[in-house]
Write a protein that binds this ligand. Structure first.
Ligand code: CA
Length: 445
């Protein structure tokens, strides 16, 4: 799902800073201005328990239990106030009434919006979960079964079939874990209650447009709690931008038409900047003496420049095109692997703005093509910090005079940079990794 833009957003994204998968800014898919959305394949199951009745963990006043109850009481009035906006988009009164009259808010979503324990996973646990033998095998079966469709889509869009299959696998385990919450209900709830109302108002109205046009059958417009639907998890607004009618039956059916699913996903990646014939990036060996301050999304240079800093591929395999520009990602510090990321990695992050997500997509893409697992080990002995510990880490960094922005427990580029500065002051390798050891050192008087 594209989270913040496409998918939704859960306020948390999987961004991998500091070894934990945490939120990050994104621009695209599902979630809005900040945050990515967890792939449905590892998100909380639909149904299940009702709303906890507790205030949310975000600290946002719109997420207190009292504010949520008040929003629920005013839900019908909110939907009535949205009607003129729907009318302006060509949604008929009959359609609006038919889909909103039976609605009640799904308050359980309020818990999910503010608490996503699965996003405190380490990079390696996240990859293990999403890139494994079962998912590789199933992906190969689908690549064979839909070979002709993939052939046609590659010709039409120039997007690698393996990355499309990888998105299909990571987002919903190939359509088997896409969620069964009605999209209209989820987006209506979030448009009227909670801290992302502006973002979800657009999603709610776009969902109604889909029903008005008849692209997806109403009982099939179901998905994640954030409102992403389809095997590759389109948010309603992303559907409007990217969905195509590849089988030419007059409907852009990204739920039940596999040609429409595959082509729409390819069209999305293409419009997000996918470069035909290029891969996403390379695993690299980073020398212990490397200047870790060069890592990060902001510093891009030709691969041959990185080679001069001593970066190599495992086994000293050559880089096919050393003139390509790349940035260096070192998600787990000096003890873990490095990655040189090309433009297509950024395109994947536009699909869902989280480093761990994009790396899982890239790795599954390679594995589906027949490549081996990553050669280097992850620091599996490192304990991943809890949300409370990450918040404390940021507060301690701030107390030590480092700028981490507003402490929120989500470790992003600023926190990583502050950790590097702190490590430098201690005379340690400044890899920016938020380890339990760093937290202990910050706690020391
Ligand atoms: Ca179609």
């Amino acid at each position: 799902m594209r989270l913040i833009h496409r998918h939704l957003l859960a306020a948390i994204l999987v961004a991998a800073a500091g070894g934990a998968v945490t939120a990050q800014t994104r621009g695209g898919r599902y979630a809005g201005p900040t945050g990515a959305i967890p792939p449905a394949a590892i998100a909380a199951p639909a149904g299940g328990p009702v709303w906890s009745g507790e205030s949310g963990a975000s600290g946002d006043p719109r997420m207190t239990a009292a504010a949520i109850r008040e929003g629920a009481v005013n839900f019908r009035g909110c939907l009535e106030r949205l009607w003129p906006l729907a009318a302006r988009r060509g949604i008929s009164r009959n359609v609006y009434a038919a889909y909103t009259a039976p609605l009640t808010p799904d308050l359980r979503i309020m818990d999910l919006l503010d608490r996503q324990p699965e996003f405190t996973k380490s990079f390696w646990d996240y990859l293990d979960l999403l890139v494994n033998d079962a998912r590789i095998e199933q992906g190969r079966v689908l690549l064979e079964r839909y070979r002709e469709t993939f052939d046609a889509v590659e010709r039409a869009y120039g997007v690698d079939r393996y990355v499309i299959a990888a998105i299909w696998g990571v987002e919903t385990n190939y359509g088997t874990l896409g969620g069964d919450r009605p999209v209209v209900r989820s987006t209506a709830t979030l448009a009227c209650i909670g801290r992302r109302q502006n973002y979800f108002r657009e999603e709610f109205l776009s969902a109604l447009e889909i029903l008005q046009h008849g692209d997806v059958k109403s009982d099939r417009l179901v998905g994640s709690w954030a409102g992403a639907f389809s095997p590759t998890q389109f948010m309603p607004t992303a559907f409007k931008r990217f969905a195509v009618d590849f089988d030419r039956d007059g409907r852009r059916d990204v739920v039940d038409s596999i040609p429409d699913v595959i082509a729409s996903t390819a069209n999305n990646l293409k419009k997000d900047g996918w470069i035909t014939g290029q891969t996403w990036g390379y695993e690299v060996v980073v020398p212990a003496t490397f200047n870790f301050l060069l890592a990060g999304h902001a510093r891009s240079m030709p691969i041959r420049g990185w080679e001069r800093y001593g970066l190599t591929r495992p086994g000293n395999k050559p880089f096919p095109r050393p003139d390509e520009r790349a940035f260096l990602l070192i998600p787990a510090g000096v003890q873990g692997p490095g990655f040189l990321m090309l433009e297509n990695f950024r395109a994947i992050m536009r699909y869902n703005p989280a480093e761990a997500y994009a790396l899982a997509i890239g790795h599954l893409t390679d594995r589906l093509r027949g490549a081996p697992p990553f050669a280097q080990n992850w620091p599996r002995y490192e304990r991943v910090l809890s949300h409370g510990e990450r918040l404390e880490l940021q507060q301690l960094l701030e107390r030590h005079g480092y700028d981490v922005g507003e402490p929120d427990g989500h470790l992003g580029a600023r926190t990583r940079s502050a950790i590097r500065d702190f490590q430098t002051r201690l005379g340690r390798v400044p890899d920016g990794f938020a380890s339990a050891c760093i937290l202990d050192q910050l706690r020391a008087p």
